[in-house]
Design a protein around this ligand. Structure first.
Ligand SMILES: Cc1cc2nc3c(=O)[nH]c(=O)nc-3n(C[C@H](O)[C@H](O)[C@H](O)COP(=O)(O)OP(=O)(O)OC[C@H]3O[C@@H](n4cnc5c(N)ncnc54)[C@H](O)[C@@H]3O)c2cc1C
Length: 463
């Protein structure tokens, strides 16, 4: 199987990346971006990541198509544990791509049944390539969307949603841009799927496909990594972070064997929703692990301040425990009460979306809890440069708590990063929007929820 060193070397393939206004020729030589690459590479060092697949031989566990409740439980554990292995930061590199491949496996079978197409063969071939080569994948679903009150076909500029601009016997050419593509710069491949349901006049927007990250015409514009560059005392982000890009498809060619949906507009919505369900199951699994960062930091900060035994501090800590465990409970419930479609086990959409909605609204309470126990110092503390300067000792003297100054400062640096920095702002945004907006989860919950039992009960009571 692939090693982390082989993976790191493979990134030097001419892919087009921009960071802070400059073209980056080699990520591995870039002081900031290389952290995202090393984070992705950690997946290849995770112990026991390989299993023996009856069809493909030895492959990554991420690519195991769930066929049972146990498979879904194992997947939850894999995502939880790989997140813990990466210091509490999700490692998306084979998770999001496999979420998309599961959804595409189901939809391709439905398409073939309806239209006599060969999409499932294409997906199987692509699946085999990805699994056997042990590739990393990004998924570009979210279009840049333009005016949100207008549909894709109503936009002033048609490029607001990725669409087909040319078709020939070899394949299709696509144009447009996707936003927020996580870890695209360190992915081997980018899978593209529609962001929403489409109508008959939106056939050209109804496409799914995969391209290598160094495909001609593919450009990736990174977000700035403020959590490292803007916070010299950051601890976590210097070790692990994930980066997103605006991913521009400037007339990118896709050969037919890598096209997985082509103008069958009636399947765009189902594909988008199915991917979202798999991906939200992934989300609640990693969010439970990430909560450990906040929980551990809150306990340590309370200890450093000498307030661990205070009643309101206990409430703060329990708020984080609730968050962590509700994420886990939702994932476990989604795994043990799945739905099955085309022989693939799908996490229960109700428990998946309830878990995600809880994290959407309650993550700010987690931040608030950590801010409360840490005190104002996490907003006002001097910079790393001050602690390292001649004045460092004086600062240590005055910043002592129940622990000596040096130890307390180390804890408060992490608490600041997690709860009172650009990273905290990024995390609030991530917890509200990543894996789909709040409204998207509510719509799906409403759609899949059965109100029958409650209505029957009330009918019985009032009749
Ligand atoms: C950290 C992070 C990582 C991400 N990673 C990925 C990734 O790897 N791949 C990927 O494809 N996406 C990714 N996303 C995108 C994520 O799924 C979207 O952010 C989310 O779906 C919201 O879309 P948006 O950002 O375009 O927000 P908008 O759609 O602009 O939302 C803004 C507001 O407008 C509302 N709104 C939008 N459209 C309508 C409408 N038609 N009617 C009524 N209200 C509307 C929304 O509900 C929301 O309240 C990521 C996002 C984040 C923050």
């Amino acid at each position: 199987m692939r090693t982390s060193t082989e993976f790191i070397r493979s990134l030097e393939d001419g892919r087009t990346i921009y960071y802070r206004g400059k073209r980056i020729e080699n990520i591995n030589e870039h002081q900031i971006l290389r952290i995202a690459a090393l984070h992705a590479a950690k997946l290849f060092d995770y112990p026991n990541r390989i299993y023996e697949d009856e069809k493909f031989g030895q492959i990554s566990k991420f690519f195991k198509i769930p066929k049972s409740k146990e498979d879904l439980l194992d997947r939850h554990e894999l995502i939880y544990k790989t997140t813990m292995f990466c210091n509490g930061i999700f490692n998306i590199s084979q998770a999001i791509g496999s979420d998309a491949l599961f959804a595409l496996t189901i939809i391709s079978r439905k398409l073939d049944k309806k239209y006599g197409t060969d999409y499932s063969k294409r997906i199987e071939k692509y699946y085999e390539e990805v699994a056997k080569k042990d590739l990393t994948l990004a998924v570009a679903q979210t279009d840049v969307k333009g005016d949100r009150s207008k549909r894709p076909s109503e936009q002033i500029d048609p490029d607001m949603y990725l669409h087909v601009v040319k078709v020939d016997s070899n394949g299709i050419t696509v144009k447009g841009a996707k936003a927020h593509t996580t870890q695209s710069i360190v992915a081997d491949e980018i899978i593209v799927i529609p962001t929403r349901a489409m109508r008959s006049e939106e056939k050209d927007f109804s496409i799914a496909f995969a391209v290598p990250t160094n495909a001609k015409g593919l450009k990736m514009y990174c977000r700035p990594v403020d959590e490292v560059e803007g916070n010299t005392s950051s601890v976590l982000s210097k070790k692990d972070y994930e980066i997103e890009t605006i991913t521009v498809f400037d007339n990118v060619f896709v050969p037919w064997d890598r096209v997985f949906l082509f103008r069958e507009y009636e399947f765009a919505g189902a594909l988008a929703t199915l991917f979202a369900t798999f991906h939200r199951f992934t989300a609640i699994s990693y969010r439970s692990a990430t909560a450990n960062l906040y929980l551990g930091a809150a306990i340590k900060a309370a200890e450093a301040n000498g307030v661990l035994k205070e009643k309101h501090v206990r409430d703060d800590i329990l708020e984080i425990v609730m968050y962590k465990e509700i994420m886990k409970i939702s994932a476990l419930a989604a795994a043990i009460m799945p739905r099955i479609d085309e022989e693939v086990m799908i996490p229960n959409p109700i428990y998946t979306n309830i878990g995600k909605l809880y994290s959407n609204s309650r993550f700010v309470e987690v931040i608030k809890a950590l801010v409360d126990v840490s005190g104002g110092i996490i907003g006002t503390m001097p910079a790393q440069e001050d602690f390292e300067s001649e004045q460092g000792q004086e600062l240590e003297k005055y910043l002592r708590g129940a622990l000596d100054g040096r130890k307390r400062i180390e804890i408060m640096k992490l608490a600041k990063e997690l709860a009172s920095s650009s990273y905290a702002g990024y995390m609030i945004t991530l917890m509200a929007h990543a894996e789909g907006s709040i409204e998207a989860s509510k719509l799906e919950l409403e759609r899949s929820y059965d109100y029958g039992e409650a209505l029957e009960l009330v009918e019985k009571v009032i009749s």
